[in-house]
Design a protein around this ligand. Structure first.
Ligand code: NDP
Ligand code: MG
Length: 402
């Protein structure tokens, strides 16, 4: 039996992970579950999977959960506070950790799992973007196994030879081609994109995901973060990573080799495939996913991204090229801007304008340790808040006052 810790279990990836695990009770045992504040969701999962421990980052919610589980006669021990998540990630009973918390909040627990030598299934792309070098260093020192869950990176992982090691450019690889669905605004004119509502932004045409990543998909910032993630995980310079718009979301990414071969991974747009692949690798297990019907798909289309209507992608590429703490600043500014947009305090078209304003103030620096990363994250967040409060600064990239 393989013990599994699921961080972010109440979210979209967390629920898909538990769905796959529930199909293989003979192979996997859920050791621990963690989330932020969703008492009802975590209580239901505890009753179904009976983990030894569960944690909520919000202490008030954790008390409520403990109470509820006692009433239901469930013996799961409840931990509380952000540091409890890292404790669960280190638990020696869990050989596998699914890092599926959204945003920068996932970094400490993801890093803890890497330091503890786990098989680390990494969905939390923000921790790769913010602290890639630290994460890879921890993986190398501890002998952890890092397997990407993000569908594009998992696709690339599947196309690389088994001898590939995380963080290193695989011999013979010429380019990586990341596919993007293009999101809900793919064919919208710039003016309509500028004033799109949160409801329109989270209505993704192909994938069902959490709110933050859905908004990022609509602005193409998700692809920008993924470009940085791919550069880190696969040891590639950003210039050797291309983005292709592929509205059908059937080809999840491609690897071009020096001999002229291009390998791709295809499948239905369902995250249970990369989750099952990473759980069982190098074996394969059923994931409950609908099999791909290429006759039904009919046509597969590809086109270049439009950087004028989707400037976030260019901002991310520039941050990837700048290196150091630039991607920490980019990620922090994006998180603040997306949160303001979801709260209807910012226009959709101002999201890249806020990020551009913050990146204009980027003062350099290296991510030598976690403290440096967290300090840069805090500084960039403060500047993003200032930018949102002073809309006259959001003149770039077509930004307007809210
Ligand atoms: P969701 O918003 O659906 O879920 C987020 C999860 O993280 C929830 O369990 C939430 O708990 C928890 N969480 C959020 N903030 C905190 C915090 N401060 N402390 C502890 N737990 C917290 O996100 P997704 O599942 O969509 O995405 C998760 C990660 O996976 C993201 O990094 C995303 O970029 C990545 N990813 C997602 C894909 C997808 O298809 N959804 C595809 C590729 C990558 P609670 O419910 O209590 O708030
Ligand atoms: Mg992805």
């Amino acid at each position: 039996m393989i013990g599994v810790c699921v961080l972010g279990s109440t979210g979209s990836i967390g629920r898909s992970t538990l769905d796959v695990l529930a199909r293989h009770p003979d192979r996997y045992r859920v050791i621990s579950l963690a989330a932020r504040s969703d008492v009802a969701g975590l209580a239901q999962q505890c009753l179904q999977f009976r983990p030894a421990r569960a944690a909520l980052a919000d202490p008030v919610a954790a008390r409520e959960l403990a109470q509820q589980l006692r009433t239901e006669g469930c013996s799961t021990e409840v931990l509380s506070g952000p540091e409890a998540l890292a404790e669960l990630a280190r638990d020696s009973d869990a050989a596998v950790v699914m890092a599926a918390i959204s945003g920068a909040a996932g970094l400490p627990s993801t890093l803890a799992a890497a330091q503890a030598g786990k098989r680390l299934l990494i969905a939390n792309k923000e921790s790769v973007v913010m602290a890639g070098a630290l994460l890879l260093d921890a993986v190398r020192r501890s002998g952890a196994e890092l397997i990407p869950i993000d569908s594009e990176h998992n696709a690339i992982f599947q196309c690389l030879p088994p001898v590939w090691q995380v963080g290193q450019r695989s011999a013979g690889v010429r380019r990586l081609l990341l596919t993007a669905s293009g999101g809900p605004f793919l064919d919208w004119p710039a003016a309509a994109i500028g004033t799109a509502t949160p409801e329109q932004a989270v209505a993704h045409p192909r994938w069902s995901m959490g709110a933050k990543i859905s908004v990022d998909s609509a602005s193409l910032m998700n692809k920008g973060l993924e470009l940085i993630e791919a550069a880190v995980l696969f040891g590639m310079p950003p210039d050797d990573i291309e983005v292709l718009i592929h509205p059908e979301s059937v080809v999840h990414s491609l690897v071009e080799f020096v001999d002229g071969s291009t390998l791709a991974q295809l499948g239905s747009p369902d995250m249970r495939t990369p989750i099952a692949q990473a759980l069982a690798w190098p074996e394969r297990i059923p994931a409950g996913v609908e099999f791909l019907d290429l006759l039904k798909a009919g046509q597969l289309n590809f086109r270049a991204p439009d950087l004028e209507r989707f400037p976030a992608l260019a901002l991310a590429r520039a941050a990837a090229q700048a290196g150091g703490l630039a991607s920490v600043w980019l990620n922090a500014a994006d998180e603040v801007a997306v949160e303001a947009f979801l709260a209807k305090r910012l226009n959709f078209g101002d999201i890249p304008a806020v990020i551009a304003d913050v990146m204009d103030q980027f003062s350099g620096g290296q991510s030598q340790d976690l403290a440096a990363v967290l300090a840069a994250d805090a500084e960039a967040r403060a500047r993003a808040v200032q930018g949102i409060a002073a809309p006259h600064r959001l003149y770039r990239l077509g930004g307007r006052a809210p």
